[in-house]
Every structure is written in structure tokens, then in C-alpha cells.
Design a protein around this ligand. Structure first.
Ligand SMILES: *[C@@H]1O[C@H](CO)[C@@H](O)[C@H](O)[C@H]1NC(C)=O
Ligand SMILES: *[C@@H]1O[C@H](CO)[C@@H](O)[C@H](O)[C@H]1NC(C)=O
Ligand SMILES: *[C@@H]1O[C@H](CO)[C@@H](O)[C@H](O)[C@H]1NC(C)=O
Length: 479
């Protein structure tokens, strides 16, 4: 029945041809990074023609449609009866990975937002055969908005350097409000909740949809209490700032967080759709200015621009209400991408990674250089496998190496209602960053080039026509 059903036996046969001792040593060696996932992908390559399609990223998992592990037969039947599970409806959006010490397997997490009915779980882990199990367990997911203790709908997640997984729950299914938005953090060693923040009604508006969290930890030794989470409000056009230590949050809005009508049409693989999504992609720079600040890079989905704001401003609840605030505190780069990008991420050396819609591809940009197509370097391109990169993450493995993980989907088929389980629609890709950027100018990080303060974000000049004087930030409507 499953996509891997009959092929499983074939793969097992292939794997059984390896000397078991050799295989064990192989596995042990591979257990510290993405390699542990590739034994299977190698095996699956035998089963799936086209899997080996050339791309500089390796495919770790792929699905025509998602398959789920239910805790028992009754839960499965109930989910099916109530249309909490409709086969083929689930669309994964984000990926993150947690590498674990010892003989514990690394875990791949994916999110499945509830744009609509039929998604039995909204956050899960993916097993070796690609089946999704609810995280932390099914009881968090079966409520489907009927009570607010568990998850209602999760778009994206973030794993931080303190071994915590942050999940932002929008509280909505489709357009319907069920619960207040909330952010939950789990300790990945115990899978216990270590923090919950329910967003106060004063910090969102009816159209708010909190979809992308990024976590800013200022670690002191092992103390992780100084943590802020910034969350993109894709249709309220703002950023939610969560001050974890004080358990408070506030929302900031700005014109650069809105979509651009001229960029609201997307064309992928010959299919087009309109989507006026605002701020979606967000990436945090490494600590700069002697370790006291970070920049937050962000862009709207329906845009080709990239913007940047020092996090010190976001963290100051009153700053943007100050009429003496510098109008250039939130900046847009002068040059633009050739077409739209969804998710983005930045590594510890200040290299940004993002996908482009056309051609479907993954790129890097060195933040020490001008934000310009001249300085965007293509790392992988594939018309079929790299469509719509909605999840982009930099993951640290246990050897201290950085890995790039990307979730792609044929989102154009989702939007045009032409999804078919006869072809692969969703893929997770990964590669070590060192290997990926080996032959690209992104290899020379900002630090190596200029010292940590020479980020191009610091060199943006005020837009023409602006004369100094008082200024009002964030007004959205007035007349
Ligand atoms: C934070 O506030 C929420 C209400 O928004 C409350 O339920 C939660 O217990 C608080 N968390 C901490 C760690 O104080
Ligand atoms: C929470 O929201 C309510 C209603 O908007 C407001 O009256 C209250 O002051 C807010 N509380 C905090 C802590 O911001
Ligand atoms: C926050 O912003 C306000 C208004 O501009 C300013 O007076 C205050 O000094 C800032 N606080 C910090 C900690 O920077």
C-alpha cells in the first residue's frame, strides 16, 4: 500500500548482500551526521528511477504522499471517519534535524500545517521508510482544534543550540480560529515541554498567521535563559517578538513585511498561481559587533527583495514607537533576486542559503558581499526535484560540521489542485555545507574576508529623497 511497500523487500535483499559486520561498522561511522540517512537513500535509488537525478544535494526522503503511523487501529479509524485523515491531503512544509549522541538515531522532524482538513498530525518525525509519527505523541494532535492543550497547526519549527525544539502553533485550521497562537519548546533529550507562551490578544490581529520562528540564544556557558524568538506573521505582515525570559511578546509591523502585487504570481514547472503572502523567509546572522548583536534578514514570499534589521531593535519593545527612531533601522537591499524565494537560512559564517522558483534551484550568498545577483551562487538546480524550497535549515552535526537541509514540494500542484500520488511531490535533501560550497565563492566567509563587522547590511545607504526629521514606523492603515 505504501510508497515503499513492495520495494522494501528488494532493498532488504540488497542490504543483506553486505557483510553484516561491515554494515555495522559502516552504520557506526555514519552515525554522526547526514550519512546515516544515505544508506537508505542509496538503497532507494535502486527502487526509484529518477531518484539519482543529478543535483548537488542528496535526497534523503521523498514521497508521492505522506503516510502516517497511528498509535492504534481505533485512532486510525476515528481519524478517517472524522476526515481528520484524508489520504493525499497532507503537505509537508518544513524540516529540521536533531543528531543524537551514542547509538540513538538522529531524528528528522517535519511540519504539516493544517491549511485544510485531513492532516492527522501537524508535527512529526520521519522513520527510515518515510512514515510520519506524531511528535511528541499523538495526543497532541488528535484534538484538531477541539481543545487547545495540544497542537492546532504548525508551519515551521526551529531547533536551537540548547537542544530545544521550538514549535509555533498558529491556532488556526484553514481560515478558522480555534486557539490563541502559542509557542512551545521541547527538551529534545526528554521530549518534555520546557516552555510555553500563549500569545496575548494584544500581540496579533485577526489575519495574523505566525509561520516561521527563528531562535536567538545568547548563551552564557550552559545558561540558555537569554532567548528571544522572532516569528514571521505572513498575513498580518509583522514580526512577533517573544522574550522568553520575561514570558512576554509584542508584534512589530513595517511596510517591508508586506507582499508586492507585482510579485504575487508564481510559475513553477509551467503551472502558475497567485499568492499574496507577506514575510515568510527569515534568517539570523551570527553574533557580530563583538558578540553583542545579530541581524535578522527577512523577506516576503511575494517579493524579490531582501531586508535586514538589527535584532537589538526588535528586542526593544518601545524603540519603533519612538518618533526619533532612525528611519533606516529596517533596511532593504537595493538589488533584488531574479524571482521569488520561500525559506532561507544563514550559517555560522554568514553565508545565506535560499531557493529560487525559476529555475528551481538552491543558492548561496555571502553576506559580506553586496546583495546582488552577481553575488548569488548556484549550488544545485533541478527542475523536478528542487521546486519550492519551503524549508531551509543549517544543522550542526555531532562532529561540529554544518549541514544544509532543504524540504521541497511541488507546491504549484497543491495550489492548482493537481496533486497526484502517481509522482513524487515532496522531498527532503541534505548535504554537508563544506562539500556544497567547496567550489563556490561562498567558501570565503565574511569573517575571513573582512573581519566580523564588514557585513554588507552595514553599508546600505539611506534611500534617495529621505530628509532627516521625525518619522513614524509601522503605520498600516489610517484613512
Ligand atoms: C508563560 O505565560 C503563559 C501564558 O501565556 C503561561 O501559561 C506559562 O505558564 C508561562 N510560562 C512560564 C515559563 O512562566
Ligand atoms: C493582553 O491583551 C489584552 C486585550 O488586548 C490587553 O488588555 C492586556 O493589556 C494585554 N496584556 C498584556 C500583558 O500585554
Ligand atoms: C529602547 O528604545 C527607547 C526608545 O528609543 C530608548 O529610549 C531606550 O534607551 C532603548 N532601550 C535600550 C535598552 O536600548
Amino acid at each position: 500500500m505504501g510508497p515503499y511497500g513492495p520495494e522494501n523487500g528488494f532493498c532488504a535483499t540488497i542490504l543483506s548482500q553486505y557483510d553484516p559486520q561491515l554494515l555495522d561498522r559502516f552504520k557506526l561511522e555514519m552515525s554522526y551526521g547526514i550519512e546515516r540517512f544515505f544508506l537508505l537513500s542509496y538503497c532507494l535509488a535502486c527502487c526509484w528511477p529518477g531518484l539519482g537525478a543529478k543535483s548537488e544535494l542528496r535526497i534523503v526522503r521523498q514521497w508521492p504522499e505522506l503516510e502516517f503511523v497511528f498509535p492504534n487501529e481505533q485512532a486510525y479509524r476515528e481519524a478517517t471517519d472524522k476526515r481528520y485523515y484524508v489520504p493525499g491531503n497532507s503537505v509537508p512544509i518544513d524540516v529540521d534535524v536533531h543528531h543524537r549522541q551514542g547509538d540513538q538515531k538522529s531524528r528528522i522532524f517535519i511540519t504539516i500545517p493544517r491549511f485544510d482538513e485531513g492532516r492527522p498530525m501537524t508535527l512529526g518525525t520521519v522513520d527510515d521508510t518515510g512514515r510520519v509519527s506524531a511528535y511528541p505523541d499523538y495526543s497532541w494532535h488528535e484534538n484538531q482544534g477541539q481543545n487547545c492543550n495540544g497542537f492546532t497547526s504548525v508551519f515551521r519549527i526551529a531547533i536551537d543550540e540548547c537542544n530545544r525544539l521550538w514549535a509555533m502553533d498558529t491556532g488556526k485550521i484553514g481560515d478558522k480560529d480555534y486557539c490563541p497562537p502559542k509557542i512551545v519548546a521541547f527538551d529534545l533529550t526528554t521530549d518534555n515541554v520546557v516552555y510555553t507562551h500563549i500569545v496575548n490578544a494584544s500581540s496579533y490581529i485577526p489575519t495574523s498567521l505566525f509561520i516561521t520562528p527563528v531562535v536567538d540564544v545568547r548563551k552564557r556557558g550552559t545558561d540558555c535563559s537569554d532567548t528571544y524568538v522572532y516569528v514571521a506573521d505572513v498575513s498580518g505582515f509583522g514580526i512577533l517578538v517573544v522574550d522568553v525570559a520575561r514570558n512576554r511578546s509584542w508584534r512589530i509591523t513595517h511596510r517591508l513585511m508586506f507582499p508586492y502585487p507585482s510579485r504575487g504570481t508564481f510559475t513553477i514547472d509551467g503551472q502558475s498561481f497567485d499568492l499574496m503572502d507577506g514575510i515568510l523567509g527569515m534568517a539570523l546572522s551570527p553574533l557580530r559587533n563583538n558578540g553583542i548583536d545579530r541581524d535578522l534578514y527577512f523577506h516576503a514570499l511575494a517579493s524579490t527583495t531582501e531586508n535586514v534589521v538589527p535584532t537589538s531593535l526588535l528586542r526593544n519593545e518601545s524603540y519603533l514607537h519612538d518618533s526619533n527612531a532612525d528611519p533606516q533601522s529596517i533596511k532593504v537591499f537595493a538589488e533584488e533576486r531574479p524571482n521569488q524565494a520561500a525559506a532561507e537560512a544563514m550559517d555560522r559564517n554568514g553565508i545565506m542559503y535560499f531557493g529560487l522558483m525559476e529555475p528551481p534551484s538552491i543558492w548561496c550568498w555571502n553576506a559580506a558581499t553586496e546583495f546582488s545577483p552577481r553575488n548569488f551562487h548556484q549550488l544545485a538546480v533541478n527542475r523536478e526535484t528542487l521546486q519550492f524550497a519551503s524549508g531551509v535549515k543549517v544543522v550542526n552535526n555531532l562532529k561540529g560540521e554544518q549541514e544544509l537541509w532543504v524540504l521541497t514540494s511541488s507546491f504549484q500542484r497543491v495550489m492548482t489542485d493537481t496533486l497526484s500520488s502517481n509522482r513524487i511531490n515532496f522531498r527532503i535533501h541534505a548535504e554537508k555545507i563544506k562539500a556544497l560550497i567547496e567550489n563556490s565563492p561562498c567558501k570565503n566567509s565574511p569573517k575571513e574576508r573582512h573581519g566580523s563587522h564588514r557585513y554588507h547590511a552595514n553599508l546600505i545607504t539611506p534611500s534617495r529623497g529621505y530628509k532627516s526629521g521625525t518619522y513614524k514606523y509601522g503605520a498600516v492603515s489610517y484613512l
